[in-house]
Design a binder for this molecule. Structure first.
Ligand code: ATP
Ligand code: MG
Length: 654
């Protein structure tokens, strides 16, 4: 084991609060708190400076920001290319032979495949020419349906190079989900592969792709050969990646893109309903991707960054592609499963590649917690210096476990709140500034403004739960619309409080000065006997009980109180019993008070999740209300719904 540096220190006065150590302050890109004030005085100038310093532009903008709500623009008239910024500029420096992507495979399939920036440059240029040879032009949409292999990043960057917006679809989505997204985006081509390995077994992806493209606007399908398995072939439409690449020219001039040209379309996770096609543009998005990557994860040239998100989510877009590559970082890109060949795989990868910065989701932390510490003990995790999370509120227990067991009490935890719509992280602590507080995400990223409002739009002070909004000027990485659906754009984000505030649909409360705790989705907030209760807070309390592995709280109708919490609980081990039910209920009363006592504790083997691992409370809510379950296309584990129906005594009336 190497001697590990302590990157955090405990607050001398307040238990449970951590601060950066002097070591971390010295190393960090930002450690002076005045950055917040400075940025807030003039956010537009702040971002303009960031854009100028962080990115290479062909032409500087005429105007940094313009707002005609609900629309706004950044760096108007500025010209740049996102691919150039992620690849070309690095090969002109010493980073030419630096590892850009370490593509880690399943063990039977090792060695991993490392691409240096120069390798990436060559692959991307050739693939950009491949797309051009298929007639793809600036503005044409290209769908990408690939597993976690570096070809996903190559294909995305090649699209960016020629100005063709990509629409990446999670590879574990069904043919039908892929078809919906292809149709919505009117894609001209699809990039996919024959198959991939999952826990040692080849999975056929081409079959889904074939089914999905039928009857759509897709004219050409490019197929990367990953497993070599048998696949169906449609002559004239299907092309092998390697055959086209062999014929492609080595250089493709990057398209000069306008700052506000579309970089990509991406569909949200679908936690609350049907996914929305979120539009991101080039200059502002890349500026936010670059600076949030650099500052949130404090990435330096000697870091090894691992973001475990799938490429199909926005986290994969911003923190597996545009962020780390624009800053010139080295990243791990892992194709396999976290529990194959055994439950130590993630820790083994951290040890093997000396990962320094690890970014994952609370759902993953809760899963590995359940697997037990014995899986960690075999591995040296001392290279880790910073840990981060995204996707859901992180409960205190999971936070503490992450901090103590994975980070060895050395590493700060950066809990990043953001959305597909926001393009990059927005609320989190900065490593060199802190504080790091369990269940508190932190402050608005410099140059952005958030507030917690009540129903009438009044700004709330410390410790009052309300609705999280963003205020003008809106972050440069924010969505510029929902594809082909301006009404939905207006309705979802700008109708709640009129055009003055972007409505996030999330609940929050300010704890301490400027520090936000996220309390769950607004749809999930309930009113129990006149009191506002947030699911995250009740879940946090229940999660603190030793027997509980995971829980989801939803509101159920109640004759007297109006609404009442029901808790769906998965146990770590042991059997459900009346005593345990009472113990859990008493525990909630002790932590939060009697109003929060759950009316029912339902012990379940699993709770419904999206494919990105988030709890789908809306399904549980429908069960509690005896309402139709609604769209479950994005559900990961549909089988659990039947079990839950029986457990709650669901009788669908309509
Ligand atoms: P849909 O909008 O289709 O229902 P979704 O909201 O799950 O799906 P994403 O954009 O992937 O789609 O997720 C963003 C949401 O995830 C946020 O609005 C918030 O509810 C939750 N979230 C993300 N990060 C955090 C975090 N650090 N703390 C609390 N909640 C988070
Ligand atoms: Mg959402």
């Amino acid at each position: 084991m190497t001697e590990a540096v302590k990157w955090v220190v405990e607050d001398a006065k307040e238990k449970g609060i951590l601060w950066p150590s002097d070591e971390l302050k010295r190393k960090a890109w930002v450690s002076d708190e005045s950055i917040y004030e400075l940025a807030d005085k003039d956010p537009v100038t702040f971002w303009a400076t960031r854009a100028r310093v962080g990115l290479d532009w062909y032409k500087e903008w005429d105007k940094a920001y313009e707002e005609k709500l609900p629309y706004f623009k950044w760096f108007i008239g500025g010209k740049l290319n996102a691919c150039y910024n992620c690849v070309d500029r690095h090969i002109k420096t010493w980073r030419r032979n630096k590892a850009a992507i370490i593509g880690v495979r399943e063990p039977f399939d090792e060695p991993s495949r490392t691409l240096t920036y120069y390798d990436l440059y060559r692959e991307v240029n050739k693939f950009a020419n491949v797309l051009k040879s298929l007639g793809i032009k600036k503005g044409d949409r290209v769908s990408i349906y690939l597993p976690m292999i570096p070809e996903a990043q190559i294909a995305m960057l090649a699209c960016a190079r020629i100005g063709a917006p990509h629409s990446v679809v999670f590879s574990a989505f069904s043919a039908e989900s892929l078809k919906d997204r292809i149709m919505d985006a009117d894609s001209k081509a699809l990039v996919t592969c024959d198959g991939y390995y999952r826990r040692g077994h080849p999975v056929n992806l081409k079959n889904n792709a074939d089914e999905a493209v039928n009857g759509t606007s897709v004219k050409d399908v490019v197929v990367f050969k990953r497993t070599g398995q048998e696949v169906n072939w449609v002559e004239a439409r299907d092309h092998w990646w390697h055959e086209l690449m062999a014929k492609a020219d080595l250089y493709c001039e990057p398209e000069v893109m306008d700052s506000e040209d579309v970089l990509y379309i991406l569909y949200t996770s679908g936690t609350t309903g049907k996914p929305k096609g979120v539009i991101h543009t080039t200059g502002g998005y890349l500026t936010q991707a670059y600076w949030t990557t650099k500052w949130d994860f404090d990435l330096h040239d000697d870091d090894v960054f691992w973001c475990t998100s799938d490429i199909g989510w926005v986290t994969g877009h911003t923190y597996n592609v545009y962020g780390p590559l624009s800053v010139g970082a080295t990243q791990i890109f892992y194709e396999g499963a976290p529990d194959y060949p055994d439950r130590g795989r993630v820790w083994q990868i951290i040890e093997k590649y000396g990962v320094t910065v690890f970014y994952t989701a609370p759902t993953m932390i809760r899963m590995v917690m359940g697997w037990g510490e014995e899986w960690l003990e075999k591995y040296d995790l001392s290279t880790l210096r910073l840990l981060a999370t995204v996707g859901e509120p992180i409960n205190r227990d999971a936070w503490m476990w992450y901090f103590e067991k994975i980070g060895g009490k050395r590493c700060p935890i950066i809990d990043t709140w953001w959305q597909t719509e926001t393009g990059g992280t927005l609320i989190n602590a900065l490593p060199g500034i802190g504080p790091f507080i369990p269940t508190v995400a932190g402050r608005s990223f410099p140059g952005t403004r958030h507030e917690v409002l009540d129903e009438e739009g009044k700004s709330l002070g410390i410790d009052k739960g309300g609705y999280l909004v963003q205020k003008s000027p809106f972050g440069p990485g924010m969505l510029r619309g929902i594809y082909k659906n301006p009404d939905m754009y207006q309705e979802n984000y700008w109708s709640q409080y009129g055009n003055g505030a972007y409505f996030t649909s999330d609940g929050a409360r300010l704890v301490k000065k400027d520090n936000f705790r996220l309390t769950g989705r607004v749809d999930d907030v309930m009113k129990v006997a006149g009191h506002r209760l947030s699911t995250a807070e009740v879940e946090n309390a229940i999660g603190g009980h030793d027997a509980v592995a995971e829980c989801a709280v939803v509101s159920a109708p109640h004759k007297i109180k109006g609404e009442t919490p029901w808790a769906f609980v998965r146990l770590k081990s042991g059997e459900p019993s009346d005593e345990l039910t009472k113990e859990i209920m008493d525990h909630v009363v002790k932590v939060l008070g009697p109003t929060c006592r759950p009316d029912r504790i339902i012990f379940a083997k699993a709770v419904p999740r999206t494919r990105s691992g988030k709890i789908m409370r809306r399904i549980l809510k429908s069960l509690a209300k005896d309402e139709p379950i609604g769209d479950i296309a994005t559900i990961e584990n549909p089988e659990c719904v039947e079990e839950l129906k029986k457990l709650v005594g669901y009788k669908e009336t309509t």
